[in-house]
Design a protein. Structure first.
Length: 322
């Protein structure tokens, strides 16, 4: 008996539909790529002393590829900058250094540890407290020290509510602070890059990308990533709906159970506030399939500090956080 899937007309229609979807996706990524390259070149043309923030995370890896397409075979018209909390995952820092060496570009590291030593960052316990919010101080110090008038970063509007309020060229005042009500209009892709001495811009070339777009672009470009983005076994502590990684910075509390689970990280950041998710996705293709059906944002699913309140990110951004 012939089933519907054996029908040549049905098979042909399925093939045409799949080919059409692939073509639509390719054109969608091409449009996002073209917009981002235009923004990067706009920064290079209009800003006096820009920098590109590179942490080794997936979004900044995509930014590096876009910068290569925008400026190679020449050198980047800006240095790379990483604000290092001193509490980063070893795999990510090793990847960061290897990628920078491969590119042959300059890396400037702003150290939260150094800010603590200077007394500009004060924590109750510098050895164990989260340093995520403290990055704002070190970032502003790094901007001031090197005179940057624009910092390019990989934030996306789909990450959470405060980031959704950002312009692509996001204005910061002379104190490094962000006022969502004072942002400039960006009609018809026209960007106002003017700043007074002491002011600066944060620029987000992949603002209009989603997490799924990022992973599909990683697949298309064959980009390497830190290993912790892929499924691996890790000791974790179930806590408040999250899987807290067991580390010296994040030990189990009294009465908590440590479990060994297969997990991966959707985002990488300070160990003290970044959690993996349960997943057996060990390839980019599997992660794309998983991302396509997830209903929780990556920060909502993995960041302990973003769960304190819906306004926590906006408050940190107003204080200078990226």
């Amino acid at each position: 008996m012939t089933t519907i899937t054996d029908n040549p007309d049905t098979l042909r229609d399925d093939h045409l539909r799949d080919a059409h979807l692939r073509d639509m996706n390719a054109r969608h990524l091409d449009a996002l790529e073209s917009e981002a390259i235009h923004i990067l070149r706009e920064v290079a043309a209009e800003c006096t002393n820009p920098a590109l923030l590179f942490s080794g995370g997936k979004d900044s890896v995509v930014l590096l590829r876009l910068a290569e397409k925008a400026f190679r075979p020449g050198k980047f018209p800006f240095p790379l900058v990483h604000i290092d909390t001193g509490h980063n995952f070893d795999e990510v820092i090793a990847f960061r250094d290897a990628r920078v060496a491969e590119l042959g570009e300059r890396l400037i590291v702003g150290s939260v540890e150094e800010s603590i030593r200077k007394g500009t960052v004060r924590l109750r316990n510098p050895q164990t407290d989260s340093r995520n919010a403290a990055q704002a101080v070190t970032l502003l110090e790094t901007i001031s020290e090197h005179g940057f008038d624009a910092c390019i970063g990989g934030a996306r509007r789909d990450e959470e509510k405060a980031r959704a309020k950002e312009r692509i060229f996001s204005f910061r005042d002379e104190f490094g602070q962000w006022d969502p009500k004072a942002q400039r209009p960006e009609l018809w892709d026209l960007y106002n890059t003017r700043v007074h001495p002491g002011e600066n811009m944060r620029v987000f070339p992949i603002s209009n990308w989603t997490e799924l777009d990022v992973w599909q672009y990683i697949a298309r470009e064959g980009l390497a990533l830190p290993s912790i983005y892929f499924a691996h076994e890790r000791e974790v502590i179930p806590r408040n709906g999250l899987l807290v990684p067991l580390t010296p910075l994040t030990p189990a509390r009294e009465g908590e159970q440590v479990e060994t689970r297969t997990v991966r990280f959707r985002t990488v950041g300070d160990i003290s506030c970044t959690c993996p998710v349960a997943s057996d996705a060990s390839t980019v293709g599997a992660i794309i399939a998983e991302t396509a059906i997830t209903q929780v944002t990556e920060r909502g699913a993995t960041r302990m500090d973003d769960q304190t309140s819906e306004a926590s990110m906006e408050k940190r951004k107003k204080q200078g956080y990226f």
